[in-house]
Design a protein around this ligand. Sequence first.
Ligand code: BGC
Length: 439
Amino acid sequence: MRPFVLLVASVAALGGLLFGYDTGVISGAILFVTRDFALSTELQAFTVSIVLLGAIAGSAVAGTLADRIGRRATLLAAGAIFGVGALISAFAPSIGVLLAARLIVGVAIGFSSVVAPLYISEVAPPGVRGALVSLYQFAITIGILGAFLLDYALASSGAWRWMLGLAIVPSLILVGGMIPLPESPRFLFKSGRADDARAELQRIAGTGEIGDEERSIVASLQVTQGGLSALLAPAARAALVVGIGLAVLQQVTGINTVIYYGPRIFQMAGISSDEASILATAAVGCVNVLLTLVAIFFVDGVGRKPLLYAGCAGMGIALAALAFAFAQPSLHGSLAGIALGATMLYVGSFAYSLGPIVWLLISEIFPLRARGLGMSICTLANWAANFVVSQFFLTMIQRLGSALTFAIYAALCVVTIVFVARLVPETKREMLEEIRLGA
Ligand code: BGC
């Protein structure tokens, strides 16, 4: 792989780092924000979840924006908005201002979750596209782990302004890094700038041949109109079903119950001290980072579907073990150990499957004309499902009990395996324009 392509992907992946950091950091910061602004329980919950509402709004408009002003400019805007949100959060004089700042950060997360994978997959040569888009997920997991660790380090001083404000550093790097980078050649072709597009394709291919790729891209543009009508063509409609399905399944199999409520789950399992449960959550964060490497190394060779099967099976087994353990009162002594082991298996299995591969597939399956809008809709579905699951998780635990709650997530892993087997195409090594669904 050419160093230039790796550089382009790495800078864009910083959007993932900010996504991970800004969704993860609030779990620790909220304790101190609550104390400083004397928040009620409702306002506490709202302060945590408003970022998801911002992400829903941001992802709704990001695709249209990326189709109009370009992938690069939208990512630049995301970086700038992240920075502004971080600054306002750090200096927020009141809870109202802090809520507004978190909403702004959410919009940036929504932008980057649509455009970073889209841009990377359009710039990447086919044989390494999976690895490069997985780099984006890798950055998300590093962001989450970084947030956990920073929360932990700053907990004794209660410095929530630093926790939220430090996101300014990666956002400046994202903006500074994106300025010299090229626009996606596919976007350039789409907007009629064929000469620039060819030059960028050649820069990516190095000394390689670009004729075939150019012909496929140009041909794909002749098939349909842009905008909503492109989305109603059969191939795009089939892609919408697969993309929305995957985006929702990534969330309803429960990943963010662990990412957002890890310490709470460990406390339910008997790890009683705050310190130990936060540390256990950080260990889970490390597993999340490390196992994402498996996807980076294997997703282009082994393929998307085998990794999805293995990962969803692992997640299902882990959740079933959790459900079983919580259902046995006699297990109480060893519950903590089982819960920790099962949670590691669960997150590790997600990390090389549903985590990266959902973002990868939804960036691959839409025809070029419908890609921005299509990705926007899938990503919006992902954030909406995330919001619902994280809002209702604690209520589910209260009403249904932990065992049944985890059993439901386990059953949804089985549903995911069936969905992948029946509807999801294998896209490894194919040129983006060769990937066709339902037509
Ligand atoms: C998901 C996030 C999740 C993260 C965990 C991402 O792919 O979209 O919702 O928090 O993975 O690593």
